[in-house]
Design a protein around this ligand. Sequence first.
Ligand SMILES: Nc1nc2c(ncn2[C@@H]2O[C@H](COP(=O)(O)OP(=O)(O)OP(=O)(O)O)[C@@H](O)[C@H]2O)c(=O)[nH]1
Ligand SMILES: [Mg+2]
Length: 456
Amino acid sequence: MLDDTIAAIATPLGEGGLAVIRLSGAEALAVADRSFAPAGEGSVKPSAAATHTIHFGHVVRDGQTVDEALLAVMRAPRTFTREDVVEITCHGGILAAKMVLDTVLANGARLAEPGEFTRRAFLNGRIDLAQAEAVADLIHSRTELALRAANEQLAGKLSQRINKLRDEMLETLAHVEAHIDFPEEDIAPDTLSQLIARLEHGVAFMDELLRTAHEGQILRRGIRAAIIGRPNAGKSSLLNQLLGHDRAIVSAIPGTTRDTIAETANIRGLPVVFIDTAGLREAGDEVELEGVRRSRETLQQAEFILHVFDAAEPLTPGDEQHLAEFADKKRILVRNKIDLPARLQFPSGLEAPLVDVCCLTGQGIEPLKDAIKELVWSGEIKAGMLQVMINSRHQDALNRARAATLLTLEALRENKTLELVALDLRIAVNAVGEIVGQTTTDDLLDLIFSQFCIGK
Ligand SMILES: Nc1nc2c(ncn2[C@@H]2O[C@H](COP(=O)(O)OP(=O)(O)OP(=O)(O)O)[C@@H](O)[C@H]2O)c(=O)[nH]1
Ligand SMILES: [Mg+2]
């Protein structure tokens, strides 16, 4: 598959100022020669051009001009894929980009699969697997914090630490295996305790990495928050305040919101999907009852809830029931309408954080954002670990590595045969290696790269 030359539109489909068609592979320059007529005095065809230069001319098919374009020549190995790469920048109409792509496909390139450019960058050793995943994270980033984390991973911050961990484990493995070859010699007690200490240190480091998984997940996927409460408490008003624009209909009629409304907001760098729901009550027509059913479903799926109360009304038995019912959920109690005379009294002993707001003026919204960040972003991560937010694939690999390392430790401590020790340790080393792609399968690569867009 790596012998052929791939091509794709690298910019989003749609109308824009410019579009970029990207080519990569051994034939990239030859395909470009057949597709492009350089213009102007002293111009050269792509295959004769120096590396990392840009050329003006026309994309031509069957003697007809397709578009005016700039063509960039980048020769291997100083390219994203480490292959010869040509990028054609043409006009940004949907049709123009499509016709330039068709031209290079007609001239010997093959349409790239999603993520195939990045896959080649990985297979050709330019980046490792964790860095390849960071490319996708970077594209999908919805907040600056997420972008920064993706950039750190792309720069190799996670990979460096994983490689160091793996190297140390390999050293231990080499030691153990050396002794298997010389069964007459026992491992000296000093050496043994050193090996144990090093493995314990490895497990502690895995634990530290694993603690970043939850935050890594939040940055990549966002976190879902359900806004719930009884009708008219001000749930939709709160959604609008958190988003900073009027998204949901607000009215004095209880039962205004019927369908759930989901929208993402940037809360202190975290992408939070807020879901406004129908007010919880048993009465109402068929539509509202369905709305309430959906509210409960949303609530189940949400990672945390904002439970909204009307500060000007006493608690109803319904409110009390909901307070008890959602006690197991991560939640923030929001006391809305604090501009009105206070009549709300919470029962004592509630453990959840409480924030006062007024959704008419926006008072209290900033403190509420702080409370949200505090609720979902654990303070457990050490400052240095902010550069290495692992994803769920890394988490899975680390969990397996950790379990196998613990077995190794047990075997070492209990003086089991060194073959057994080596077996478990080998499993652990391989699992750690999966993170950066030292050990992979085609299926795994297919899975990872299929999540990319075409042209990346
Ligand atoms: N005085 C005052 N009124 C508010 C405040 N927030 C919302 N309201 C009013 O309360 C009423 C209900 O607000 P909504 O945001 O529609 O309430 P909701 O909880 O979404 O209601 P349903 O969708 O019917 O369940 C509207 O008339 C709002 O203008 C506030 O902080 N102070
Ligand atoms: Mg509403």
